[in-house]
Design a protein around this ligand. Sequence first.
Ligand SMILES: Cc1cc2nc3c(=O)[nH]c(=O)nc-3n(C[C@H](O)[C@H](O)[C@H](O)COP(=O)(O)OP(=O)(O)OC[C@H]3O[C@@H](n4cnc5c(N)ncnc54)[C@H](O)[C@@H]3O)c2cc1C
Length: 423
Amino acid sequence: MAFKWDLAVIGSGIVGLSSTYHIMKENPGLKIVIIDKESTYAQGNTGKSAAGFRDLFSSDINFKLSSSTISFYRHLQNVLGVDLGMHTCGYLYLIDDEVSKSGTFLPVLKRSRSRFLDRDDLSPLDSLRFNPEKDQAEIMGLKNIDKGFLGENCGIIEPDRISRFYYEQLVKMGVKFMFGTTVSQIELSPITPLDYPGEPFIWQDVHVRSMKTDKGDIEAEKYIVAADVWTTYLLEKTGIDSHVRPKKRQVFQISGGPIEKLVRSSLIKGENIMPFTVLPSHEIYMRPVPQSNSIWVGVADNYNRDFSFTEDPQPEPDFYQNDIYPVLEAYIKDFNSAKLTGSWAGYYSYNTMDLSPYVFGDLNLIISTGTSGSGILKGDAIGRVVAARYNGLEEAELFGGEKLRTTSMGIKRRVIDREEFIL
Ligand SMILES: Cc1cc2nc3c(=O)[nH]c(=O)nc-3n(C[C@H](O)[C@H](O)[C@H](O)COP(=O)(O)OP(=O)(O)OC[C@H]3O[C@@H](n4cnc5c(N)ncnc54)[C@H](O)[C@@H]3O)c2cc1C
């Protein structure tokens, strides 16, 4: 008979790691295995993230998830001395007068440490062209940079280092990892089998008894599916809906020319790094990479970006050249002397209804997915909600003491306003 685990977790990205960490803290001695098809942890979308963090969200729950997670990461780095590469260099939306007067930012201004900036405040970013050329502006619908909106409890972080923290703690706590192991199927079996062909019948109670993997069956009391975009395909046969869809997201690394100076154009006292910056048009973002004096550029393009999925998504050079380059060239002075020095692609697991994460239970499974492009900056709090659900608690206590009803992130009693601040 196969060894029976108390809990099997599929996925060693930030969600699987943080969830298991918080479960283990409450239940030392539990026999837990984490399974991942990759050769080590954080090789899925966690490793492909642009890794900006912010607490600028319109929905209450997303604010709670992000602000408590940021505080936890800061605690790890500043109090416990775990270097997460966390820089509070800010998160800057560049906007025109119309948007600044529209009230878009008022809900976040009230609760996040943030402020509007005028052009004088933005003067350190003098590698930028505040008024793009008229013909370029007309053809590409480019807005002027009249103002900024700066989140000050925001910045950049290294997801592999956060993941390493959780991983090392989990190893110390006795959690087993099975890397290079692919779960091929999750199937439902009768709780009380009759050994009759065609089981399970609709009148039999079912559960997941074991999971098939290329290294043999794994049997556990309970399962956590923390497999991000892959969740949909893993659950396919069970008839349980993941409620998420994949969208390909690309990152392009740009170096040289005006970029070196731009990266060092700080707006926050005590930092010498530019903020994670969103251009006023088409939501193209620039993430500073201080180690290499370069930037990562990305965009959450939606129209004509289909929901197809492949195991190994590739960045598209034409997308950079035709869609992104002309906009950057219009906003960054002397941009043609910069070079494209790298690129990669991953997926957002999109909750297409309210653009916020899910944590829900069904049978003996807990499913945590739908991070919708902000799973790093909410990772610790999501893990605490999963752990509360595992422990059968009605409320999860986030870092700092804030409470969250576990069902509010579920399906049946979900209470989340549609998120307006998605990138
Ligand atoms: C380009 C890009 C930019 C992003 N930028 C940001 C950002 O700035 N800030 C932010 O907070 N978030 C950002 N994100 C989102 C963030 O990366 C995700 O929300 C987060 O990594 C999700 O974590 P996860 O643990 O759910 O998923 P993953 O890290 O993808 O983990 C899922 C794991 O499951 C494993 N797995 C899947 N199927 C199987 C199977 N059948 N058998 C075994 N193992 C399996 C995978 O190998 C993987 O390791 C970005 C994402 C992308 C792609």
